[in-house]
Design a protein around this ligand. Sequence first.
Ligand code: SAH
Length: 214
Amino acid sequence: MPDIDRKIRLLMQLRREGITDTAVLRAIETVPRERFVPEALRTQAYDNLPLPIKQGQTISQPYVVAFMTEKLALKERMKVLEIGTGSGYQAAVLAQICRRVYTIERHRGLYLDSRKMFDELGLHSIVTLHGDGMKGWPQQAPFDRIIVTAAAFGQVPDALTEQLAPGGLMLIPVGDSSGQQIVRVTRHEDGTIGKENILPVRFVPLVSGMPSGS
Ligand code: SAH
């Protein structure tokens, strides 16, 4: 089956599963997911599945990418921070909708590969950093939106909450021994912080510090 047919099947599936935001569906339609998965898995690029990438990491399931992107309630002028660039797919989807996307990855190989892919696809609005995303990106803060695509153990890192703009929103998978939930963290205009669980998920862990030799 050609990629285009697989892609249409995926978009129909996402709609059935409740994704209704047309900007999100259009972004998924536009970004060539086959360029972000390993060559050997290209025929599965439009299956609604997470797939392995280098360094023992994963490119998230399209449904989870669509769900999180929809729940971010993005507007074009917003400044968005992603923690966990991985393949770069989620950042590429975000960049279809808003103008300023910042993304941090701790593995040098993934950081370099994703940069190369952003260049090849002409995604010049994505700003990349090789570093520890647990610390956020203080020089670029505050952010209107933060999306974390690796699971924090136990609690939301304070540094990230602190870098949310007033009225800002963060989506972050938080796990404990009983599983993980995507938590929506809201910084209200009056400075108070709200938290609610919105979807049970399974992500690779958010790891503090840098890998050795990286
Ligand atoms: N958004 C990615 C999903 C990648 S999986 C995509 O669309 O493909 C999660 C990624 O988070 C992995 O690449 C992992 O190396 C990275 N990661 C984990 N802890 C991190 C940290 N503290 N700082 C930056 N990246 C981190």
